[in-house]
Design a protein around this ligand. Structure first.
Ligand code: NAD
Length: 558
Protein backbone atom coordinates (compact mmCIF):
# COMPACT_ATOMS: atom_id res chain seq x y z
CA UNK A 1 0.00 0.00 0.00
CA UNK A 2 1.17 3.52 -0.85
CA UNK A 3 2.47 5.84 1.88
CA UNK A 4 0.03 8.66 2.37
CA UNK A 5 0.02 12.11 3.88
CA UNK A 6 -2.56 12.91 6.52
CA UNK A 7 -5.51 15.31 6.03
CA UNK A 8 -5.31 18.92 7.20
CA UNK A 9 -6.47 17.80 10.65
CA UNK A 10 -3.77 16.30 12.85
CA UNK A 11 -4.04 12.53 12.93
CA UNK A 12 -3.13 10.08 15.68
CA UNK A 13 0.25 8.38 15.44
CA UNK A 14 0.15 4.73 14.43
CA UNK A 15 -0.23 2.65 17.58
CA UNK A 16 -2.73 0.71 19.62
CA UNK A 17 -4.88 2.71 22.02
CA UNK A 18 -7.02 1.55 24.93
CA UNK A 19 -8.49 4.22 27.19
CA UNK A 20 -8.59 2.09 30.32
CA UNK A 21 -6.20 -0.68 31.18
CA UNK A 22 -8.46 -2.05 33.91
CA UNK A 23 -11.33 -3.21 31.69
CA UNK A 24 -10.51 -5.21 28.59
CA UNK A 25 -11.93 -3.71 25.40
CA UNK A 26 -14.87 -5.50 23.86
CA UNK A 27 -14.35 -4.27 20.32
CA UNK A 28 -11.25 -3.91 18.17
CA UNK A 29 -11.25 -1.04 15.70
CA UNK A 30 -8.73 -0.98 12.87
CA UNK A 31 -8.05 2.38 11.17
CA UNK A 32 -6.03 2.27 7.96
CA UNK A 33 -6.63 5.75 6.48
CA UNK A 34 -5.99 9.21 7.98
CA UNK A 35 -8.94 10.52 10.01
CA UNK A 36 -9.14 13.77 12.00
CA UNK A 37 -7.87 13.02 15.52
CA UNK A 38 -10.19 15.28 17.48
CA UNK A 39 -13.23 13.81 15.80
CA UNK A 40 -12.40 10.32 16.99
CA UNK A 41 -12.42 11.13 20.70
CA UNK A 42 -15.75 9.36 21.27
CA UNK A 43 -14.02 6.16 20.26
CA UNK A 44 -10.57 6.73 21.69
CA UNK A 45 -11.98 7.71 25.11
CA UNK A 46 -14.31 4.76 25.34
CA UNK A 47 -12.90 1.77 27.23
CA UNK A 48 -15.05 -0.61 25.20
CA UNK A 49 -12.99 0.09 22.07
CA UNK A 50 -9.38 -0.71 21.37
CA UNK A 51 -8.07 1.32 18.46
CA UNK A 52 -5.37 -0.01 16.15
CA UNK A 53 -3.98 2.79 14.03
CA UNK A 54 -2.19 1.62 10.92
CA UNK A 55 -2.46 4.68 8.71
CA UNK A 56 -0.40 4.36 5.55
CA UNK A 57 1.36 1.27 6.92
CA UNK A 58 2.06 -1.62 4.53
CA UNK A 59 -0.52 -4.40 4.51
CA UNK A 60 1.96 -6.82 6.09
CA UNK A 61 1.92 -4.65 9.24
CA UNK A 62 -1.83 -4.89 9.84
CA UNK A 63 -3.11 -7.91 7.95
CA UNK A 64 -2.94 -10.07 11.09
CA UNK A 65 -5.07 -7.56 13.04
CA UNK A 66 -8.02 -8.37 10.76
CA UNK A 67 -8.36 -11.70 12.56
CA UNK A 68 -9.76 -10.01 15.73
CA UNK A 69 -11.15 -6.86 14.16
CA UNK A 70 -14.83 -5.91 14.78
CA UNK A 71 -14.80 -2.60 13.01
CA UNK A 72 -12.63 -1.26 10.18
CA UNK A 73 -12.50 2.46 9.43
CA UNK A 74 -11.21 3.83 6.12
CA UNK A 75 -11.43 6.87 3.85
CA UNK A 76 -10.99 6.41 0.12
CA UNK A 77 -7.42 5.09 0.08
CA UNK A 78 -7.59 1.57 1.53
CA UNK A 79 -9.09 -1.00 -0.83
CA UNK A 80 -11.44 -3.13 1.25
CA UNK A 81 -11.46 -6.23 -0.92
CA UNK A 82 -13.29 -9.53 -0.63
CA UNK A 83 -9.97 -11.26 0.17
CA UNK A 84 -9.27 -8.94 3.11
CA UNK A 85 -12.87 -9.16 4.35
CA UNK A 86 -12.50 -12.97 4.37
CA UNK A 87 -9.57 -12.58 6.78
CA UNK A 88 -11.77 -10.82 9.35
CA UNK A 89 -14.16 -13.43 10.81
CA UNK A 90 -15.47 -11.08 13.56
CA UNK A 91 -15.91 -8.01 11.36
CA UNK A 92 -19.32 -6.36 11.95
CA UNK A 93 -18.91 -2.86 10.51
CA UNK A 94 -16.85 -1.19 7.79
CA UNK A 95 -17.00 2.58 8.29
CA UNK A 96 -16.22 4.96 5.42
CA UNK A 97 -15.27 8.43 6.62
CA UNK A 98 -16.92 10.26 3.72
CA UNK A 99 -19.44 9.41 1.04
CA UNK A 100 -18.15 7.40 -1.95
CA UNK A 101 -17.85 3.66 -1.37
CA UNK A 102 -16.04 2.69 -4.59
CA UNK A 103 -13.06 1.38 -2.58
CA UNK A 104 -15.21 -1.06 -0.59
CA UNK A 105 -16.52 -4.37 -1.91
CA UNK A 106 -20.03 -3.77 -0.54
CA UNK A 107 -21.41 -6.95 -2.09
CA UNK A 108 -18.81 -9.12 -0.39
CA UNK A 109 -19.53 -7.34 2.91
CA UNK A 110 -23.30 -7.81 2.50
CA UNK A 111 -22.88 -11.51 1.81
CA UNK A 112 -21.18 -11.78 5.20
CA UNK A 113 -23.83 -9.59 6.90
CA UNK A 114 -21.25 -6.86 7.54
CA UNK A 115 -22.65 -3.33 7.71
CA UNK A 116 -21.06 -0.69 5.51
CA UNK A 117 -21.63 2.77 7.01
CA UNK A 118 -20.74 6.06 5.40
CA UNK A 119 -21.20 9.69 6.40
CA UNK A 120 -23.21 11.53 3.76
CA UNK A 121 -23.87 15.24 4.08
CA UNK A 122 -20.91 16.08 6.33
CA UNK A 123 -19.21 17.91 3.45
CA UNK A 124 -22.26 19.78 2.14
CA UNK A 125 -21.26 23.17 3.56
CA UNK A 126 -17.63 22.72 2.56
CA UNK A 127 -18.63 22.03 -1.06
CA UNK A 128 -21.16 24.89 -1.07
CA UNK A 129 -18.62 27.38 0.25
CA UNK A 130 -15.94 26.25 -2.21
CA UNK A 131 -18.43 26.74 -5.04
CA UNK A 132 -19.17 30.23 -3.79
CA UNK A 133 -15.45 30.95 -3.55
CA UNK A 134 -15.12 29.98 -7.20
CA UNK A 135 -18.10 32.13 -8.22
CA UNK A 136 -16.45 35.14 -6.58
CA UNK A 137 -13.00 34.28 -7.91
CA UNK A 138 -14.45 34.07 -11.43
CA UNK A 139 -16.32 37.34 -11.25
CA UNK A 140 -13.39 39.31 -9.78
CA UNK A 141 -10.50 37.54 -11.60
CA UNK A 142 -8.81 36.83 -8.27
CA UNK A 143 -6.42 34.03 -9.38
CA UNK A 144 -5.33 35.99 -12.46
CA UNK A 145 -4.79 39.15 -10.39
CA UNK A 146 -2.66 37.23 -7.91
CA UNK A 147 -0.65 35.59 -10.70
CA UNK A 148 -0.02 38.98 -12.34
CA UNK A 149 1.03 40.73 -9.17
CA UNK A 150 3.27 37.95 -7.98
CA UNK A 151 5.13 38.21 -11.28
CA UNK A 152 5.48 41.97 -10.79
CA UNK A 153 2.64 43.17 -13.08
CA UNK A 154 0.16 45.91 -12.01
CA UNK A 155 -2.52 45.76 -14.74
CA UNK A 156 -5.83 46.83 -13.26
CA UNK A 157 -7.69 47.55 -16.49
CA UNK A 158 -7.43 44.04 -17.81
CA UNK A 159 -8.85 42.70 -14.57
CA UNK A 160 -12.12 44.61 -14.46
CA UNK A 161 -14.64 42.45 -12.58
CA UNK A 162 -18.41 42.24 -12.38
CA UNK A 163 -20.78 42.22 -9.39
CA UNK A 164 -23.01 39.37 -8.31
CA UNK A 165 -25.84 41.57 -7.02
CA UNK A 166 -28.70 41.69 -9.52
CA UNK A 167 -27.29 38.80 -11.58
CA UNK A 168 -29.00 35.48 -12.18
CA UNK A 169 -27.56 32.27 -10.81
CA UNK A 170 -28.77 29.01 -12.36
CA UNK A 171 -28.41 25.94 -10.11
CA UNK A 172 -28.57 22.57 -11.85
CA UNK A 173 -29.51 20.01 -9.16
CA UNK A 174 -31.30 21.32 -6.08
CA UNK A 175 -30.09 18.68 -3.60
CA UNK A 176 -28.16 19.19 -0.36
CA UNK A 177 -25.41 21.36 -1.86
CA UNK A 178 -27.66 23.14 -4.38
CA UNK A 179 -29.94 24.19 -1.52
CA UNK A 180 -27.03 25.73 0.43
CA UNK A 181 -25.85 27.56 -2.68
CA UNK A 182 -29.33 29.03 -3.16
CA UNK A 183 -29.28 30.53 0.35
CA UNK A 184 -25.86 32.10 -0.14
CA UNK A 185 -26.75 33.49 -3.56
CA UNK A 186 -29.86 35.17 -2.16
CA UNK A 187 -27.73 36.80 0.53
CA UNK A 188 -25.71 38.29 -2.35
CA UNK A 189 -28.95 39.66 -3.86
CA UNK A 190 -28.86 37.31 -6.81
CA UNK A 191 -31.95 35.99 -8.58
CA UNK A 192 -31.85 32.22 -8.22
CA UNK A 193 -33.16 29.79 -10.83
CA UNK A 194 -32.96 26.02 -10.52
CA UNK A 195 -33.40 23.04 -12.78
CA UNK A 196 -34.07 19.76 -11.01
CA UNK A 197 -36.77 17.58 -12.56
CA UNK A 198 -37.25 15.60 -9.35
CA UNK A 199 -38.00 18.28 -6.78
CA UNK A 200 -41.57 19.41 -6.21
CA UNK A 201 -42.28 23.09 -7.00
CA UNK A 202 -43.43 23.69 -3.44
CA UNK A 203 -40.06 22.57 -2.06
CA UNK A 204 -38.15 24.87 -4.42
CA UNK A 205 -40.36 27.87 -3.75
CA UNK A 206 -39.93 27.37 0.01
CA UNK A 207 -36.24 28.02 -0.69
CA UNK A 208 -37.02 31.20 -2.65
CA UNK A 209 -35.90 29.55 -5.88
CA UNK A 210 -37.65 29.71 -9.26
CA UNK A 211 -37.81 26.32 -10.94
CA UNK A 212 -37.38 26.37 -14.68
CA UNK A 213 -36.42 24.19 -17.65
CA UNK A 214 -32.76 23.45 -18.33
CA UNK A 215 -32.96 25.40 -21.57
CA UNK A 216 -34.38 28.49 -19.89
CA UNK A 217 -31.85 28.25 -17.07
CA UNK A 218 -29.01 28.07 -19.57
CA UNK A 219 -30.14 30.98 -21.67
CA UNK A 220 -31.00 33.34 -18.82
CA UNK A 221 -28.32 32.66 -16.19
CA UNK A 222 -25.21 34.81 -15.81
CA UNK A 223 -23.68 32.10 -13.62
CA UNK A 224 -24.45 28.40 -14.02
CA UNK A 225 -23.43 26.06 -11.24
CA UNK A 226 -23.73 22.26 -11.38
CA UNK A 227 -24.84 20.29 -8.31
CA UNK A 228 -26.55 17.28 -9.77
CA UNK A 229 -25.67 13.67 -9.11
CA UNK A 230 -24.05 11.71 -11.90
CA UNK A 231 -26.50 9.46 -13.71
CA UNK A 232 -27.36 8.42 -17.26
CA UNK A 233 -29.25 11.68 -17.82
CA UNK A 234 -26.60 14.00 -16.44
CA UNK A 235 -23.41 12.60 -18.03
CA UNK A 236 -22.20 15.38 -20.37
CA UNK A 237 -25.16 17.53 -19.39
CA UNK A 238 -22.90 20.39 -20.46
CA UNK A 239 -22.14 19.50 -24.06
CA UNK A 240 -21.65 21.24 -27.37
CA UNK A 241 -25.44 21.26 -27.77
CA UNK A 242 -26.33 22.66 -24.36
CA UNK A 243 -23.47 25.17 -24.50
CA UNK A 244 -25.15 26.62 -27.61
CA UNK A 245 -28.17 27.38 -25.39
CA UNK A 246 -26.06 29.21 -22.81
CA UNK A 247 -26.44 32.99 -22.55
CA UNK A 248 -23.41 34.62 -24.20
CA UNK A 249 -20.90 35.73 -21.60
CA UNK A 250 -22.15 33.39 -18.86
CA UNK A 251 -19.77 31.75 -16.39
CA UNK A 252 -19.87 28.05 -15.52
CA UNK A 253 -18.88 26.39 -12.25
CA UNK A 254 -18.59 22.64 -11.70
CA UNK A 255 -17.96 21.42 -8.17
CA UNK A 256 -20.03 18.25 -8.58
CA UNK A 257 -18.66 15.52 -10.87
CA UNK A 258 -16.22 15.81 -13.77
CA UNK A 259 -18.33 13.63 -16.06
CA UNK A 260 -21.15 16.21 -16.09
CA UNK A 261 -19.12 18.36 -18.50
CA UNK A 262 -17.79 17.57 -21.96
CA UNK A 263 -14.42 19.21 -21.35
CA UNK A 264 -13.58 19.57 -25.07
CA UNK A 265 -16.85 21.40 -25.71
CA UNK A 266 -16.22 23.60 -22.67
CA UNK A 267 -12.78 24.62 -23.92
CA UNK A 268 -14.26 25.48 -27.32
CA UNK A 269 -16.96 27.63 -25.70
CA UNK A 270 -14.28 29.47 -23.70
CA UNK A 271 -12.06 29.99 -26.74
CA UNK A 272 -14.98 31.32 -28.78
CA UNK A 273 -16.01 33.66 -25.96
CA UNK A 274 -19.44 32.06 -25.59
CA UNK A 275 -18.50 31.47 -21.96
CA UNK A 276 -16.79 34.34 -20.19
CA UNK A 277 -15.21 32.06 -17.66
CA UNK A 278 -15.35 28.66 -16.03
CA UNK A 279 -14.21 27.18 -12.73
CA UNK A 280 -13.76 23.46 -12.25
CA UNK A 281 -13.05 21.51 -9.08
CA UNK A 282 -13.74 18.08 -10.59
CA UNK A 283 -12.55 16.44 -13.80
CA UNK A 284 -13.26 13.47 -16.04
CA UNK A 285 -9.80 12.17 -15.08
CA UNK A 286 -8.39 12.73 -11.59
CA UNK A 287 -5.73 13.67 -10.72
CA UNK A 288 -5.85 15.99 -13.72
CA UNK A 289 -2.74 15.15 -15.80
CA UNK A 290 -0.30 18.09 -16.10
CA UNK A 291 -0.45 17.64 -19.89
CA UNK A 292 -4.24 18.10 -19.95
CA UNK A 293 -5.66 20.65 -22.40
CA UNK A 294 -7.49 22.20 -19.45
CA UNK A 295 -4.23 22.92 -17.61
CA UNK A 296 -2.79 24.51 -20.75
CA UNK A 297 -5.91 26.60 -21.35
CA UNK A 298 -5.96 27.84 -17.74
CA UNK A 299 -2.77 29.83 -18.52
CA UNK A 300 -4.51 32.01 -21.10
CA UNK A 301 -8.28 31.71 -20.71
CA UNK A 302 -10.50 32.68 -17.79
CA UNK A 303 -10.46 29.13 -16.49
CA UNK A 304 -9.90 28.43 -12.80
CA UNK A 305 -8.93 24.90 -11.74
CA UNK A 306 -8.81 23.47 -8.22
CA UNK A 307 -7.78 19.89 -7.35
CA UNK A 308 -11.09 18.46 -6.03
CA UNK A 309 -11.06 20.62 -2.92
CA UNK A 310 -14.84 20.76 -2.41
CA UNK A 311 -14.87 18.64 0.74
CA UNK A 312 -11.39 19.63 1.93
CA UNK A 313 -11.99 21.75 4.99
CA UNK A 314 -10.79 21.06 8.50
CA UNK A 315 -14.39 21.32 9.70
CA UNK A 316 -15.71 18.82 7.17
CA UNK A 317 -12.96 16.31 7.97
CA UNK A 318 -13.64 16.75 11.68
CA UNK A 319 -17.38 16.38 11.18
CA UNK A 320 -16.89 13.24 9.10
CA UNK A 321 -14.66 11.66 11.77
CA UNK A 322 -16.88 12.63 14.71
CA UNK A 323 -20.12 11.53 13.02
CA UNK A 324 -18.54 8.23 12.09
CA UNK A 325 -17.19 7.72 15.63
CA UNK A 326 -20.62 8.51 17.10
CA UNK A 327 -22.34 6.10 14.70
CA UNK A 328 -19.89 3.33 15.54
CA UNK A 329 -20.24 3.80 19.31
CA UNK A 330 -24.04 3.95 19.09
CA UNK A 331 -24.19 0.87 16.92
CA UNK A 332 -21.90 -1.32 19.03
CA UNK A 333 -23.22 -0.16 22.40
CA UNK A 334 -26.91 0.47 21.73
CA UNK A 335 -27.67 -1.17 18.40
CA UNK A 336 -28.66 2.19 16.88
CA UNK A 337 -28.14 2.15 13.13
CA UNK A 338 -27.70 5.43 11.26
CA UNK A 339 -26.14 5.26 7.83
CA UNK A 340 -25.93 1.72 6.59
CA UNK A 341 -25.55 1.67 2.83
CA UNK A 342 -26.20 -2.03 2.53
CA UNK A 343 -28.59 -3.30 5.21
CA UNK A 344 -31.82 -1.83 6.55
CA UNK A 345 -32.62 -1.54 10.21
CA UNK A 346 -35.15 -4.35 9.99
CA UNK A 347 -35.40 -7.71 11.64
CA UNK A 348 -32.88 -10.04 9.99
CA UNK A 349 -35.41 -12.87 9.85
CA UNK A 350 -37.93 -10.78 7.92
CA UNK A 351 -35.25 -9.76 5.46
CA UNK A 352 -34.02 -13.27 4.96
CA UNK A 353 -37.54 -14.44 4.22
CA UNK A 354 -38.01 -11.65 1.70
CA UNK A 355 -34.84 -12.66 -0.18
CA UNK A 356 -35.05 -11.69 -3.84
CA UNK A 357 -38.24 -9.69 -3.28
CA UNK A 358 -36.14 -6.93 -1.70
CA UNK A 359 -34.04 -6.74 -4.86
CA UNK A 360 -37.25 -6.75 -6.91
CA UNK A 361 -38.59 -3.75 -4.97
CA UNK A 362 -35.28 -1.90 -5.36
CA UNK A 363 -35.10 -2.61 -9.10
CA UNK A 364 -38.72 -1.52 -9.62
CA UNK A 365 -37.81 1.73 -7.85
CA UNK A 366 -34.73 2.19 -10.05
CA UNK A 367 -36.75 1.42 -13.17
CA UNK A 368 -39.49 3.91 -12.19
CA UNK A 369 -36.97 6.69 -11.61
CA UNK A 370 -35.71 6.34 -15.16
CA UNK A 371 -39.10 6.42 -16.88
CA UNK A 372 -40.88 9.15 -14.94
CA UNK A 373 -40.90 12.89 -15.29
CA UNK A 374 -41.87 15.74 -12.97
CA UNK A 375 -41.28 16.58 -9.30
CA UNK A 376 -41.84 13.57 -7.03
CA UNK A 377 -44.92 13.71 -4.79
CA UNK A 378 -45.72 10.16 -3.68
CA UNK A 379 -44.30 6.63 -3.82
CA UNK A 380 -46.77 3.84 -3.20
CA UNK A 381 -45.91 0.17 -2.92
CA UNK A 382 -48.70 -2.32 -3.43
CA UNK A 383 -48.07 -5.85 -2.16
CA UNK A 384 -50.48 -8.36 -3.72
CA UNK A 385 -50.71 -12.01 -2.80
CA UNK A 386 -48.96 -13.86 -0.03
CA UNK A 387 -46.74 -11.06 1.31
CA UNK A 388 -46.90 -10.82 5.10
CA UNK A 389 -47.87 -7.52 6.77
CA UNK A 390 -44.40 -7.10 8.37
CA UNK A 391 -42.79 -7.40 4.93
CA UNK A 392 -44.46 -4.31 3.49
CA UNK A 393 -42.31 -1.65 5.13
CA UNK A 394 -38.93 -3.15 4.12
CA UNK A 395 -40.25 -3.55 0.57
CA UNK A 396 -41.43 0.08 0.51
CA UNK A 397 -38.05 1.31 1.80
CA UNK A 398 -36.22 -0.85 -0.73
CA UNK A 399 -38.30 0.63 -3.58
CA UNK A 400 -37.72 4.14 -2.30
CA UNK A 401 -33.98 3.54 -1.94
CA UNK A 402 -33.85 2.26 -5.55
CA UNK A 403 -35.80 5.27 -6.79
CA UNK A 404 -33.73 7.88 -4.95
CA UNK A 405 -30.45 6.15 -5.83
CA UNK A 406 -31.17 6.72 -9.53
CA UNK A 407 -31.94 10.38 -8.94
CA UNK A 408 -29.74 11.62 -6.12
CA UNK A 409 -26.07 11.08 -5.34
CA UNK A 410 -26.26 7.28 -4.96
CA UNK A 411 -23.52 6.95 -2.36
CA UNK A 412 -25.49 9.33 -0.14
CA UNK A 413 -28.61 7.12 -0.05
CA UNK A 414 -28.84 4.42 2.58
CA UNK A 415 -31.62 2.13 3.78
CA UNK A 416 -31.78 4.26 6.86
CA UNK A 417 -31.82 7.75 5.40
CA UNK A 418 -33.98 7.08 2.29
CA UNK A 419 -37.30 7.67 4.15
CA UNK A 420 -35.85 10.78 5.84
CA UNK A 421 -34.63 12.22 2.52
CA UNK A 422 -38.06 11.57 1.00
CA UNK A 423 -39.75 13.30 3.91
CA UNK A 424 -37.40 16.27 3.59
CA UNK A 425 -38.42 16.65 -0.06
CA UNK A 426 -42.12 16.31 0.75
CA UNK A 427 -42.44 12.86 -0.88
CA UNK A 428 -45.05 10.59 0.74
CA UNK A 429 -44.24 6.90 1.15
CA UNK A 430 -47.27 4.61 1.27
CA UNK A 431 -47.76 0.87 1.55
CA UNK A 432 -50.92 -0.94 0.55
CA UNK A 433 -51.75 -4.62 0.15
CA UNK A 434 -54.38 -7.06 -1.05
CA UNK A 435 -54.11 -10.68 0.08
CA UNK A 436 -55.67 -11.89 -3.16
CA UNK A 437 -53.20 -12.87 -5.82
CA UNK A 438 -53.24 -10.61 -8.84
CA UNK A 439 -53.29 -11.89 -12.43
CA UNK A 440 -52.40 -15.35 -11.21
CA UNK A 441 -49.14 -14.24 -9.53
CA UNK A 442 -48.45 -15.67 -6.09
CA UNK A 443 -46.80 -12.42 -5.19
CA UNK A 444 -46.97 -9.26 -7.25
CA UNK A 445 -45.23 -6.05 -6.29
CA UNK A 446 -46.33 -2.73 -7.77
CA UNK A 447 -44.53 0.58 -7.43
CA UNK A 448 -46.59 3.66 -8.31
CA UNK A 449 -44.93 7.03 -8.36
CA UNK A 450 -47.02 10.18 -8.45
CA UNK A 451 -45.26 13.23 -9.86
CA UNK A 452 -46.36 16.75 -10.66
CA UNK A 453 -47.02 15.67 -14.25
CA UNK A 454 -48.76 12.32 -13.75
CA UNK A 455 -48.41 8.82 -12.41
CA UNK A 456 -46.09 5.95 -13.36
CA UNK A 457 -46.88 2.39 -12.33
CA UNK A 458 -44.73 -0.70 -12.77
CA UNK A 459 -45.26 -4.22 -11.45
CA UNK A 460 -42.91 -7.12 -11.08
CA UNK A 461 -42.56 -10.56 -9.68
CA UNK A 462 -39.90 -13.08 -8.69
CA UNK A 463 -39.85 -16.27 -10.76
CA UNK A 464 -39.32 -19.62 -8.99
CA UNK A 465 -35.75 -19.63 -10.40
CA UNK A 466 -35.09 -16.28 -8.69
CA UNK A 467 -35.36 -14.23 -11.88
CA UNK A 468 -36.82 -10.73 -11.39
CA UNK A 469 -39.38 -9.88 -14.06
CA UNK A 470 -41.22 -6.74 -15.03
CA UNK A 471 -44.76 -7.82 -15.84
CA UNK A 472 -46.66 -4.56 -16.11
CA UNK A 473 -45.75 -1.15 -17.39
CA UNK A 474 -48.58 1.31 -16.76
CA UNK A 475 -51.77 -0.47 -17.75
CA UNK A 476 -49.99 -2.66 -20.30
CA UNK A 477 -48.83 -6.22 -19.78
CA UNK A 478 -45.20 -6.94 -20.62
CA UNK A 479 -42.83 -9.68 -19.51
CA UNK A 480 -39.15 -8.91 -19.38
CA UNK A 481 -36.17 -9.66 -17.11
CA UNK A 482 -35.49 -6.67 -14.86
CA UNK A 483 -31.78 -6.28 -15.49
CA UNK A 484 -29.20 -4.68 -17.75
CA UNK A 485 -29.87 -2.05 -20.38
CA UNK A 486 -33.29 -1.40 -21.80
CA UNK A 487 -35.18 0.86 -24.14
CA UNK A 488 -38.69 1.48 -22.91
CA UNK A 489 -41.07 2.92 -25.48
CA UNK A 490 -44.70 3.82 -25.62
CA UNK A 491 -46.24 3.97 -29.06
CA UNK A 492 -49.35 3.77 -31.14
CA UNK A 493 -49.66 0.15 -32.25
CA UNK A 494 -49.25 0.22 -36.02
CA UNK A 495 -47.62 -2.07 -38.57
CA UNK A 496 -43.94 -1.60 -39.25
CA UNK A 497 -42.87 0.23 -36.05
CA UNK A 498 -41.07 -2.78 -34.55
CA UNK A 499 -39.27 -3.43 -37.84
CA UNK A 500 -38.13 0.18 -38.11
CA UNK A 501 -36.69 0.15 -34.59
CA UNK A 502 -34.94 -3.18 -35.18
CA UNK A 503 -33.39 -1.89 -38.43
CA UNK A 504 -32.24 1.31 -36.76
CA UNK A 505 -30.60 -0.49 -33.85
CA UNK A 506 -28.96 -2.90 -36.32
CA UNK A 507 -27.59 0.04 -38.30
CA UNK A 508 -25.78 1.25 -35.16
CA UNK A 509 -24.63 -2.31 -34.29
CA UNK A 510 -26.74 -2.44 -31.15
CA UNK A 511 -27.70 -6.02 -30.41
CA UNK A 512 -31.24 -6.75 -29.22
CA UNK A 513 -31.21 -9.39 -26.45
CA UNK A 514 -34.98 -9.47 -25.92
CA UNK A 515 -38.02 -7.53 -27.05
CA UNK A 516 -41.48 -7.54 -25.49
CA UNK A 517 -44.57 -5.73 -26.67
CA UNK A 518 -47.65 -5.07 -24.58
CA UNK A 519 -50.82 -3.54 -25.96
CA UNK A 520 -54.40 -2.93 -24.92
CA UNK A 521 -56.00 -3.53 -28.30
CA UNK A 522 -54.98 -3.83 -31.94
CA UNK A 523 -53.89 -0.40 -33.22
CA UNK A 524 -54.29 1.03 -29.72
CA UNK A 525 -51.74 2.17 -27.14
CA UNK A 526 -48.68 -0.11 -26.85
CA UNK A 527 -45.49 -0.38 -24.85
CA UNK A 528 -42.24 -1.95 -25.95
CA UNK A 529 -39.40 -3.02 -23.70
CA UNK A 530 -36.23 -3.84 -25.62
CA UNK A 531 -33.25 -5.31 -23.76
CA UNK A 532 -30.00 -4.45 -25.50
CA UNK A 533 -26.37 -5.50 -25.06
CA UNK A 534 -24.78 -2.15 -25.88
CA UNK A 535 -25.35 1.43 -24.71
CA UNK A 536 -27.69 3.38 -26.97
CA UNK A 537 -26.22 6.84 -27.69
CA UNK A 538 -28.41 9.94 -27.34
CA UNK A 539 -28.47 10.54 -31.14
CA UNK A 540 -29.88 7.05 -31.72
CA UNK A 541 -32.54 7.59 -29.05
CA UNK A 542 -33.47 10.79 -30.86
CA UNK A 543 -33.73 8.97 -34.19
CA UNK A 544 -36.00 6.32 -32.67
CA UNK A 545 -38.15 9.02 -31.10
CA UNK A 546 -38.67 10.55 -34.55
CA UNK A 547 -40.25 7.33 -35.93
CA UNK A 548 -43.95 8.01 -36.59
CA UNK A 549 -46.14 6.59 -33.82
CA UNK A 550 -43.49 6.64 -31.05
CA UNK A 551 -44.82 8.68 -28.14
CA UNK A 552 -42.05 8.42 -25.57
CA UNK A 553 -38.71 6.72 -25.21
CA UNK A 554 -36.68 6.08 -22.04
CA UNK A 555 -33.20 4.67 -21.60
CA UNK A 556 -33.07 2.48 -18.50
CA UNK A 557 -29.95 0.97 -16.91
CA UNK A 558 -30.38 -1.35 -13.94
P1 NAD B 1 -27.84 15.24 -3.63
O1 NAD B 1 -28.08 13.82 -3.95
O2 NAD B 1 -28.33 15.80 -2.34
O3 NAD B 1 -28.41 16.17 -4.81
C1 NAD B 1 -28.32 15.84 -6.17
C2 NAD B 1 -29.51 16.49 -6.86
O4 NAD B 1 -29.41 16.26 -8.28
C3 NAD B 1 -30.86 15.92 -6.43
O5 NAD B 1 -31.70 16.95 -5.95
C4 NAD B 1 -31.44 15.30 -7.70
O6 NAD B 1 -32.85 15.42 -7.75
C5 NAD B 1 -30.75 16.15 -8.76
N1 NAD B 1 -30.77 15.55 -10.10
C6 NAD B 1 -30.72 14.24 -10.44
N2 NAD B 1 -30.80 14.10 -11.78
C7 NAD B 1 -30.90 15.36 -12.29
C8 NAD B 1 -31.01 15.87 -13.61
N3 NAD B 1 -31.09 15.06 -14.68
N4 NAD B 1 -31.06 17.21 -13.78
C9 NAD B 1 -31.00 18.05 -12.70
N5 NAD B 1 -30.93 17.63 -11.43
C10 NAD B 1 -30.87 16.29 -11.23
O7 NAD B 1 -26.25 15.45 -3.76
P2 NAD B 1 -25.32 16.57 -3.05
O8 NAD B 1 -24.83 16.04 -1.76
O9 NAD B 1 -26.00 17.89 -3.12
O10 NAD B 1 -24.07 16.56 -4.07
C11 NAD B 1 -24.19 17.16 -5.36
C12 NAD B 1 -23.02 16.76 -6.23
O11 NAD B 1 -21.81 17.24 -5.67
C13 NAD B 1 -22.85 15.24 -6.35
O12 NAD B 1 -22.52 14.95 -7.70
C14 NAD B 1 -21.66 14.95 -5.45
O13 NAD B 1 -20.95 13.79 -5.89
C15 NAD B 1 -20.84 16.20 -5.62
N6 NAD B 1 -19.92 16.52 -4.51
C16 NAD B 1 -18.68 17.04 -4.82
C17 NAD B 1 -17.81 17.41 -3.81
C18 NAD B 1 -16.45 17.95 -4.15
O14 NAD B 1 -15.51 17.69 -3.41
N7 NAD B 1 -16.29 18.72 -5.19
C19 NAD B 1 -18.17 17.26 -2.46
C20 NAD B 1 -19.45 16.78 -2.17
C21 NAD B 1 -20.32 16.41 -3.21
Amino acid sequence: MEKRKSAAQPTLKNKTLTSSLSSPAAFHVLITDPLATEGLSLLTHNSQFQIHLKVGAPLSEWEDLLQDCHCWLVRSETKVTETLIAKAPHLKVIGRAGVGIDNIDVEAASRRGILVMNVPGANTLAAAEHTFGLILALSRNIPQAHRDLSSGKWERKRLMGSELAGKTLGIVGLGRIGREISKRAQAFNMRVLAYDPYVPLEYASSLGVEVTSLENLLNTSDYITLHTSLNEKTRHLISEKTLRQVKSGARLINCARGELVDEKALLKALEEGKLRGAALDVFSQEPLPPTSALVKASQSLNLILTPHLGASTEEAQLKVASELARNIVDYFQQGILRNAVNLPGFDAEILEKLGDHLSLAERLGRFSAQVLSGGLLEVRIQCDGTYEPNQRRPLAVAALKGLLSSIMDESGISWVNAPLLAQERGIKLLETATPASSDGFFKLLTVSVKTETGQQTVSGTVQPNGELRLVRFGSLTVDVVLQGKMLVLTNQDRPGVIGLIGTLLGKYKINIADMRVGRKSAKGEAAMVISVDEDVPAEVLKEIKSIAGIQAIHWVKL
